[in-house]
Design a protein around this ligand. Structure first.
Ligand code: SF4
Ligand code: SF4
Length: 467
């Protein structure tokens, strides 16, 4: 197909044409989805190979579509049209997507039987569709809604992660970071846990995603989970020791040297989805000062709650009691945390509301691990974003696309280092800055926090508070 006639207008008001390859990629992804729907309705045969092929077909379709989309345009910032698209600007399609996603999460957490979860492995519907794949990994039919979710989650990060890399191909940091995001999800969160699950069939379940540490994994110290690790042989004890060591030593030490980005925007599953599937919605995060204040109360409040809940849990575990101060540990501590924070906040609101509140609602307002590392990042870390204020043209791209709602431009205009606790080091502010003002760096602690560098106001220009 002939390329669309190039426009001489800087603002490019003309809709871009759709290339034949884009149509081909779209058709391939749709065919794969149609096969899955037919298999779901038992109208075509299904086995592990066909399932895997159709999931890879979706990934291939998205890649072909994205290649055609970005191939004929120069590398660089590509956020054209985000504020005119109904999907990415809280329009009708944005709300439809938000409602569908939220409904899916509600079913996933609280009504899995509507997705086909049956008793004793007698699944139906969507969950039964994934039985052959589960059988391939573990030899059993014990597919749960979480296996289905994990598979779809991995497909989303793989397909949309590669699309993201094509979009930000001008930025080396994004290419390396997103490769790590994809590999972490594919191997650490999906394939390795599933293979280990298959090798330990018959043993009690414990979480085998080694990077999913407490307090993000809030049930790590719950009785059933601790017992499963302790009774899980060498593998169980390895996960127990690694989980504690990563939280106590690994997280603070790496955050000291590199900031919390090593986790939040490089290896975390929640962050991985936000950075890939959530990329079109990053501009929806609120930049209001009131949101920043709310954020600090919320994230540290959740951190306090998880510490209290876990302390009560460990007290119960070691004392053999089910109550603390006359309160049931399960009813008053574990269950409310699991319901309100573990399910409603991190899942339903955290992902379901991507098209309405932006992609990092959970990471910004709720994740207790982000809260813990954020305190270290703010007060005792070598990480900072340096700003070359003299180059800033105040376009505001950096603030607009900061998914954590940080008003990056306000720092850039003053030439002030950004050392905010909430910064996940995604590097998008630097990737969308047309002037190369921002740089993510690890350096000496000395001079890292420069509170009052250059201020330009009605009373003239001041350097470090002096005129
Ligand atoms: S300040 Fe920049 S690196 Fe930090 S979260 Fe915002 S966009 Fe990402
Ligand atoms: S994107 Fe760059 S030039 Fe634009 S406001 Fe931010 S720092 Fe300044």
């Amino acid at each position: 197909m002939k390329s669309p006639e190039p426009s001489l207008s800087l603002s490019e008001p003309h809709p871009q044409g759709v290339h034949a390859a884009q149509k081909g990629g779209f058709a391939l992804a749709v065919l794969a989805v149609v096969y899955l729907l037919l298999a779901w309705a038992h109208l075509v045969p299904v086995n592990a190979a066909l399932l895997a092929a159709s999931l890879l077909g979706i990934v291939a379709g998205v890649i072909i579509y994205s290649l055609a989309l970005y191939r004929n345009v120069p590398a660089g910032i590509k956020n054209n049209g985000v504020f005119t698209s109904s999907l990415t600007n809280r329009g009708l399609w944005g709300w439809v997507a938000g409602i569908v996603l939220t409904a899916f999460y509600v079913a996933l957490y609280w009504f899995p039987e509507t997705l086909g979860l049956g008793k004793d492995g007698n699944n139906t519907g969507l969950i039964a569709l994934f039985d052959p794949l589960k059988r391939f990994f573990s030899g059993s039919n014990s597919t749960s809604q979480w296996f289905v979710y994990g598979t779809l989650y991995t497909v989303a990060i793989l397909a949309l992660g590669i699309k993201f890399m094509l979009k930000y191909r001008h930025n080396r940091y994004q290419l390396i970071r997103t490769s790590v995001v994809i590999a972490s999800q594919l191997f650490l969160a999906y394939l390795i846990p599933e293979i280990l699950e298959g090798l330990t069939t018959g043993q009690a379940y414990f979480a085998k995603d080694i990077k999913n540490i407490w307090p993000l994994n809030y049930y790590f110290f719950h009785d059933w989970h601790l017992n499963a690790m302790l009774e899980g042989g060498a593998l169980g004890r390895l996960f127990l020791v690694a989980g504690i060591a990563l939280f106590l030593i690994g997280a603070p030490v790496i955050t000291y040297f590199a900031g919390k980005r090593w986790y939040c925007s490089w290896v975390c599953g929640c962050g991985g989805l936000a950075e890939t599937a959530g990329d079109p919605f990053r501009q929806l995060s609120s930049k209001k000062v009131s949101a920043w204040k709310f954020e600090r109360w919320m994230i540290h409040g959740v951190l306090a709650l998880v510490v209290i809940m876990t302390a009560a849990t460990l007290y119960g575990y070691f004392s053999g009691k089910s109550e603390i101060f006359g309160l049931s540990i399960y009813t008053y501590f574990q269950q409310p945390y699991a319901f309100f924070i573990g399910a409603a906040f991190s899942g339903v609101i955290g992902v379901g509301f991507y098209p309405v509140l932006g992609s990092r609602v959970w990471c910004r307002f709720g994740c207790p691990l982000a809260g813990y590392m954020g305190i270290i990042q703010r007060f005792k870390s070598r990480f900072r974003i340096t700003t070359n204020g003299g180059q800033c043209i105040s376009c505001g791209n950096c603030s607009t696309y900061c998914e954590m709602g940080i008003d990056v431009r306000a720092y850039a205009q003053k030439g002030q280092n950004i050392v905010r606790a909430s910064c996940v080091g995604c590097g998008i502010c630097a990737a969308v800055c047309p002037r190369g003002v921002l740089k993510l760096e690890n350096g000496p602690e000395e001079g890292r926090i420069n509170d009052n560098p250059i201020s330009i106001g009605n009373d003239g220009i001041k350097l470090n508070g002096l005129s």
